[in-house]
Design a protein around this ligand. Structure first.
Ligand code: ADP
Ligand code: MG
Length: 825
C-alpha cells in the first residue's frame, strides 16, 4: 500500500491538537484532558499503520514510548512529556515536508467534490497547516509565513487588498485625470534618468493601442527595477492619473502599483474577470499567491463550518461563511467592484461581522462573570457628604460631570460590583467626580483609594483632596514608595485598622502587601497603559471593591468598546466653561527667538510656563545633562528676570515634591521638565508650554502634555519645536496636533496613522489581532455585532443551547487564551 501523506499529516495533527491545547497557559489546561494516554496511543497506532518511511516510523515509536504511562505521571513529568512530544511532532512534520519536496507535484486544482471524497474532511480545516497543501512545499510555505499564513484558516483570512476589473479594461486614452485608474499595457521604455534639477527618477512608458502613459518613481531600487521590468513585458498599472507639472499636458502616474502579467497568465483565473490582488511579498508573485489561494478556496471553503446560528444569519441577512469566503476571494461576474474595493460588499460584511461577533461574545461572557458576582458591599450613605463638598466648590459641575456622577453613584448602589471606565479629555474634570464618588463610599463606612501612575501626581491629588475633604472630617493619607521604614509601617497599620478613609497612592500601592480594613471603592487614575491593573488584580487580593478606571488618553470610542468591552463606560464629553482652545504652533529652530519672546510676554502677565524636554538619547545621563543645560541656559540668557526650576525623574522624591509645590504656588515661574509631568499635573496658572524635539513624541503623548495648559480662562499656547529632518509620519502627527484640539479626534487620527496594534501596543493591550475587520472602517458592523453578542449571552449565558455549539467551538479556537474564558467550557 502506498504511503498516503495527507492522511499521515492528518493523524499527526490529530495528535498535536490536544497537546497544544494542554500546553497553553503554562500547561495548566492539562487537567481538562482525560484519558489522553489511550487516545494518543491509538492515534499513533493509526499513523504507524499508514506505512510511513522508516525514519518517520522511528519517530512515532519514540512518541509512543514517551506517552506510555502518561496518565499516571505527576504534573511536572506530564508537562515535560508534552513539551518533548511537541518538539518531536515538529520534527516529524519537517521530515514529511522534506519527503514532499522530493515527490513530484500533484496536478493542479482537483475539483472540490473529488477532494472531499478521497480524503476525509478534517476535524477543523481551518487549523490545518498550509505546509502540506499540494503545490505548497517548504519554500513557498516559508514565504507564506512572511505574510502571516500558517494554516488554511490564515490563508482564507488573507483578503485581497483590492480587485481589478479585468472584464473591462480601460484603454489608456480614456483614463481620467484625478482618479485612481487601472490599465494594462506593454512596457515601451524602462530606465532611470535625471530631471532638469538633477533629481534621479525612474521612468517607464507603458502603451496600448490607444496611447501611452508615463510612470514615475522618485524613490526606487534601480537594480531591482531594471531586473524586474523589461521592455516588451505586459503589466497592469494602478495609480492616480495626474498632469505633468511642467508641461501642463502630459498625463503621468507617480509610484503606481505595478503587476507583471506573465505570459501564461491569460487563463481565466487571472484575466477576463474580477481579479483579486493580494498583499504579495517579495519572491512570492501575485500569480502564485492567487493560484494557491484559489486552490484553498476551491478545496476548503465549502468545508468551513458556519459558526453563526442560522437564525441570526437570516435575521441579519448575512451570507453563509463558505459563500462569503468564495465571493470575497473570487467574486462572481456581477459583483459590485466599488463595494468590493471599499470592503463593504456583502461578503466582506459577513466576515467582518463574524470576527467582531466572536470578539464581543468573549467580552460579553467576561462581563457576565462580573454581573453574576454578588456585591459584598452595601452603600447606605445618602450622599450627604458629597453634597456638602459640592456646596463648597468654587465652581458648578458641568452637565457632563453631573451626568457621569449620577451614573457612577447609581452603579454603586446596584446589586453587582461596579467595573467602570471613566473617559474624559484632559482637563475635563475627572478628579472631582472621582472624589465625590469616593465620598459616597466613605459616608457608608468604607475606605476609598485612588491610585495614580506617578509620585508627582499622587502628591498633587493628595494636596487637592486633603484641602477639600479634611474640613468634612474625612481622614486622608498619602502612600508612595518614597515613604519608607517605620513611617511606612505606621501608615500600613493605620490603613489596616481602618483609621483612615481616603488613601492616595501610586499604582504600586496595591501590589505591596497592603491591607485595607474595608476597601469600598478603588479609583485608578490615568490608566492609559492598558490591561496592567484591573478589577481582577484586586480580586485576586481578596477584595471585591467597586472599581473606577479613569483615563484621559482619549481612546476612540470604537476601541474603548472593544478593549474595555467588559467595562461599562462613562464619558465626560464637555470641558468646564470658559476654556479657550490652546493655540498650537509648529516652530522650527529659526523661530526660536520669537518663541522666547512670547514666553517672556506671557510671564510678564503673571502666567507660568512649562518647557518640556524629552528623554531622547541612548543614555539617560546624557539627556539629563541636556535638560539641565537647557534650564541653566534659559535662566542665564533668556529668562534671567524669572525664576526657573528643573524637574526630572532622577530627583529624590522630596526634591520633586518641593519643586512641584514651588511651581504650583507660583514661586517658580518656569518649569523645565522631562516628561514626568505628562499625566495629570494641574497648575491652572500655567498657560504656555514649549515642547523641545516635539517630533520625537507620540501623538497621544503630545496631547497629554498639551493638556497641562489651557486649564483656566486665560489664552494658552503650545509651541512645538521640531528638528529637521523629520519623518512623514512625524510631520502628520504634528500637523494633526495643530489642527485638532479634541482628544477623541486626535485619537482617531492616531489610530489611523498607526493602526490599532501600534496604538495600544497590542501585546499589553489584550486586544486580539483582527484579521479582516478594521476598527475604524467597520465601526457600524462592530456596533451591530456587539449588540447581538451581548443579547445572545443574556439569553444563553453559557452558550449551552445546541444551536450555539458552533459558536462555543469557534470561541474556544480563537479567543481562548486572550480572554481566559474559564466558564465557557
Ligand atoms: P482631568 O480630567 O484632566 O483629570 P482635572 O480633574 O485635573 O482634569 O480638572 C482640571 C481643572 O478643572 C482642575 O483645576 C479642576 O479644579 C477644574 N474643574 C473641574 N471641574 C470644573 C468645573 N465644573 N468648572 C470649572 N473648573 C473645573
Ligand atoms: Mg486627572
Amino acid at each position: 500500500m502506498a504511503f498516503d501523506r495527507d492522511q499521515f499529516v492528518e493523524r499527526l495533527q490529530q495528535i498535536r491538537r490536544p497537546l497544544e491545547f494542554a500546553a497553553r497557559q503554562n500547561v495548566r489546561k492539562i487537567a481538562v484532558l482525560q484519558d489522553l494516554e489511550a487516545r494518543l496511543l491509538e492515534w499513533l497506532e493509526a499513523a504507524t499503520a499508514l506505512h510511513p518511511a522508516p525514519e518517520l516510523a522511528a519517530n512515532l515509536d519514540a512518541c509512543r514510548r514517551l506517552f506510555t504511562g502518561f496518565d499516571r505521571a505527576d504534573p511536572s513529568t506530564k508537562r515535560q512529556v508534552i513539551t518533548t512530544a511537541l518538539g518531536r511532532l515538529d520534527h516529524l512534520m519537517v521530515l514529511v515536508d522534506r519527503q514532499l519536496s522530493e515527490i513530484p507535484q500533484h496536478p493542479p486544482l482537483p475539483s472540490p467534490s473529488a477532494s472531499s471524497t478521497t480524503s476525509p474532511a478534517p476535524v477543523n480545516v481551518l487549523t490545518q497547516s498550509i505546509q502540506f497543501l499540494k503545490g505548497v512545499g517548504p519554500a513557498r510555505a516559508q514565504m507564506l509565513r512572511r505574510l502571516g499564513i500558517e494554516t488554511i484558516g490564515d490563508a482564507l483570512a488573507l483578503l485581497p487588498r483590492r480587485y481589478d476589473d479585468r472584464t473591462n479594461l480601460k484603454p489608456i486614452r480614456s483614463l481620467q485625470v484625478g482618479t485612481q485608474e487601472t490599465f494594462e499595457g506593454t512596457i515601451l521604455v524602462s530606465g532611470s534618468s535625471r530631471t532638469g534639477r538633477g533629481r534621479r527618477l525612474y521612468e517607464m512608458i507603458v502603451g496600448d493601442a490607444t496611447g501611452t502613459m508615463r510612470c514615475l518613481w522618485f524613490q526606487f531600487h534601480e537594480a531591482y527595477m531594471r531586473q524586474r521590468y523589461r521592455t516588451g513585458q505586459h503589466v497592469t498599472v494602478t495609480g492616480e492619473v495626474r498632469i505633468n507639472a511642467y508641461s501642463g499636458q502630459r498625463k503621468e502616474v507617480h509610484h503606481p502599483d505595478l503587476e507583471l502579467i506573465e505570459a501564461d497568465e491569460h487563463e481565466p483565473l487571472h484575466t477576463g474577470r474580477m481579479v483579486p490582488v493580494y498583499p504579495a511579498t517579495e519572491g512570492l508573485h501575485q500569480k502564485t499567491l492567487r493560484t494557491v489561494i484559489k486552490r484553498i478556496v476551491d478545496e476548503y471553503a465549502h468545508q468551513v463550518e458556519d459558526c453563526l446560528p442560522p437564525a441570526l444569519r437570516q435575521r441579519l441577512h448575512l451570507l453563509e461563511a463558505s459563500q462569503a469566503l468564495r465571493e470575497v476571494h473570487f467574486p462572481s461576474a456581477d459583483a459590485d467592484l466599488e463595494a468590493l474595493n471599499h470592503w463593504s460588499s456583502e461578503a466582506h460584511r459577513r466576515l467582518v461581522f463574524e470576527e467582531f461577533f466572536l470578539l464581543e461574545l468573549g467580552l460579553a461572557l467576561r462581563q457576565r462573570d462580573t454581573t453574576i458576582e454578588e456585591r459584598r458591599i452595601a452603600y447606605r450613605g445618602t450622599g450627604a457628604l458629597a453634597d456638602q463638598l459640592r456646596t463648597q466648590l468654587p465652581f458648578e459641575l458641568t452637565t457632563a460631570q453631573e451626568h457621569v456622577l449620577a451614573e457612577i453613584m447609581a452603579n454603586m448602589r446596584r446589586p453587582h460590583p461596579m467595573n467602570r471606565l471613566l473617559q474624559g479629555d484632559v482637563g475635563s474634570g475627572k478628579t472631582i467626580v472621582a472624589l465625590l464618588a469616593m465620598l459616597l463610599a466613605i459616608e457608608s463606612g468604607f475606605q476609598a483609594a485612588i491610585m495614580v501612575p506617578t509620585e508627582i501626581l499622587a502628591e498633587q491629588h493628595y494636596l487637592t483632596m486633603h484641602r477639600l475633604v479634611e474640613p468634612l472630617g474625612v481622614r486622608v493619607m498619602l502612600l508612595t514608595s518614597a515613604i519608607k521604614g517605620s513611617r511606612r509601617r505606621e501608615l500600613l497599620e493605620t490603613i489596616a485598622a481602618g483609621d483612615v478613609d481616603l488613601i492616595v497612592g501610586t499604582h504600586a500601592l496595591i501590589q505591596e502587601g497592603l491591607e485595607f480594613k474595608a476597601l469600598g471603592l478603588a479609583v485608578i487614575d490615568e490608566q492609559h497603559r492598558f490591561g496592567v491593573l484591573q478589577r481582577a488584580t484586586l480580586k485576586r487580593k481578596g477584595y471585591s471593591p467597586d472599581v473606577l478606571v479613569m483615563t484621559a488618553t482619549p481612546i476612540p470610542r470604537t476601541l474603548a468598546m472593544t478593549v474595555y468591552g467588559d467595562l461599562e463606560v462613562s464619558i465626560i464629553d464637555e470641558l468646564p466653561p470658559g476654556r479657550l482652545p490652546v493655540i498650537t504652533q509648529l516652530c522650527y529652530e529659526s523661530r526660536r527667538g520669537q518663541s522666547y519672546e512670547l514666553m517672556r510676554q506671557v510671564l510678564r502677565q503673571g502666567r507660568q510656563v512649562y518647557v518640556v524636554y524629552p528623554l531622547i538619547e541612548e543614555s539617560e545621563k546624557t539627556d539629563l545633562r541636556a535638560a539641565t543645560a537647557m534650564a541653566e541656559q534659559l535662566q542665564r540668557e533668556v529668562l534671567h528676570e524669572f525664576r526657573v526650576g528643573l524637574l526630572h525623574g532622577r530627583l529624590k522624591s522630596d526634591q520633586k515634591e518641593h519643586i512641584m509645590r514651588a511651581f504650583s504656588t507660583g514661586d517658580l515661574e518656569v518649569l523645565v521638565s522631562t516628561t514626568v509631568i505628562e499625566v495629570g499635573v494641574d497648575v491652572p496658572n500655567a498657560t504656555l508650554m514649549l515642547v523641545e524635539h516635539a517630533e520625537r513624541f507620540g501623538l497621544a503623548q503630545l496631547h497629554q502634555l498639551r493638556g497641562r495648559v489651557g486649564r483656566s480662562h486665560h489664552q494658552a499656547y503650545c509651541l512645538l519645536m521640531a528638528d529637521f529632518p523629520m519623518s512623514e509620519e512625524a510631520k502628520r502627527r504634528l500637523q494633526t496636533l495643530t489642527e485638532y484640539d479634541d482628544g477623541f479626534m486626535i485619537a482617531e487620527r492616531d489610530l489611523e496613522i498607526r493602526g490599532p496594534g501600534e496604538f495600544l501596543g497590542t501585546r499589553q493591550s489584550g486586544l486580539p489581532e483582527l484579521r479582516v475587520a478594521h476598527l475604524i472602517r467597520d465601526q457600524r458592523v462592530l456596533a451591530e455585532a456587539r449588540r447581538e453578542a451581548f443579547a445572545l449571552v443574556a439569553e444563553d449565558p453559557h452558550l449551552s443551547r445546541p444551536e450555539h455549539e458552533g459558536l462555543r467551538q469557534a470561541l474556544m479556537n480563537r479567543w481562548q487564551q486572550k480572554f481566559e474564558l474559564m466558564h465557557v467550557g
